[in-house]
Ligand binder design. Structure first.
Ligand SMILES: NC(=O)c1ccc[n+]([C@@H]2O[C@H](COP(=O)([O-])OP(=O)(O)OC[C@H]3O[C@@H](n4cnc5c(N)ncnc54)[C@H](O)[C@@H]3O)[C@@H](O)[C@H]2O)c1
Length: 273
């Protein structure tokens, strides 16, 4: 029997933002294939974990750590919990992210010229500085152990500009001009070169670093948005929330052993035309 190139059996993984829509998918995809997964998220009280994971919350291969990726001390506590329970992680999925902050002021979706700098800083803090910190703390431990795979989660909006035509209907609906803001886009494009930087920095330490670039995921968006997105996407639809699991497993496993510093694009063809 040939060895399973895609095996993640007995690997230890950290998935940041693991209580979110995609983080939950990645955590369970890894656990279902024999990995042990520490979910890092800002809040991991029991009610919240149960709401997101249901019966799976009690899986032996899962642990939940209250960690803020923007705080080094918080990350160090999270890492210590994982190391104390299972050992040094082999896999880090930098998935935690923020699009527009909740309760965003109207200016947030207004013209670029008046986009609040405070909003830019908040998004960069989580999406870019947070990933840098996760790489310093968890990636650093992996480098010391001499092995590991870091997977940075980016977006089509980090590769190309948001297509503002998708959103013009919102302007027409009233309430002032609506634009997809700049912060998310620039934070996600920053990950592409962070990936290349760390891939070369850690190449001699056995830690591979790659980016996954995703297209939009269906999450009950409003009908007009879904129609506009589908018309713009070559595959004619948004992704299902489970359609990126295969890429995470591939990058976590030995199947991708010669891949580092790369960007793998799963976007239904969005950037192909
Ligand atoms: N959903 C999409 O359409 C889509 C498309 C492309 C890329 N992505 C990327 O995929 C990743 C996951 O997206 P999602 O849609 O599942 O988002 P989500 O909002 O459902 O989940 C994000 C999670 O990150 C957590 N988080 C936020 N700030 C944090 C912090 N400081 N410390 C720890 N955790 C924090 C949140 O609590 C949440 O559980 C993000 O990086 C996102 O940019 C998503």
């Amino acid at each position: 029997m040939a060895p399973d190139l895609f095996s993640v059996e007995d690997k230890i993984a950290v998935v940041t933002g693991g209580l979110g829509q995609l983080g939950r998918q990645f955590a369970l995809a890894l656990v279902d294939r024999g990995a042990r997964v520490a979910v890092f998220d800002v809040r991991t009280d029991e009610a919240l974990v149960t709401a997101h994971y249901g019966d799976r919350a009690g899986d032996a291969g899962l642990m939940f750590c209250e960690v803020d990726v923007t705080e080094r001390a918080s990350l160090e506590r999270g890492l210590a919990a994982v190391v104390g329970t299972w050992g040094v992680p082999h896999i880090l999925v930098n998935n935690a992210g923020l699009d527009s902050p909740p309760n965003a002021p109207a200016a947030e979706n207004g013209p670029f010229e008046s986009y609040p700098l405070s909003s830019l800083r908040k998004v960069l803090d989580i999406n870019l500085s947070g990933v840098v910190l996760c790489c310093q703390v968890i990636g650093g431990a992996m480098a010391e152990a001499g092995r590991g795979s870091v997977i940075n989660i980016s977006s089509i909006y980090g590769l190309v500009s948001p297509d503002q035509r998708l959103y013009t209907y919102r302007t027409q609906e009233g309430g002032g001009p609506f634009f997809k803001p700049v912060a998310y886009a620039v934070s996600k494009s920053g990950l592409l070169n962070l990936t290349r930087y760390l891939a070369t920095y850690w190449a001699g330490k056995g830690v591979r670093v790659n980016t996954l670039t995703f297209g939009g995921v269906f999450n009950h968006q409003d009908a007009q948005f879904l129609q506009n997105y589908a018309a713009r996407a070559p595959l004619g639809r948004m992704a299902r929330e489970d359609e990126y699991n295969g890429a995470v497993i591939f990058l976590a496993a030995d199947a991708s052993s010669y891949m580092t510093g790369a960007n793998m694009v799963l976007d239904g063809g969005w950037t192909a035309w």
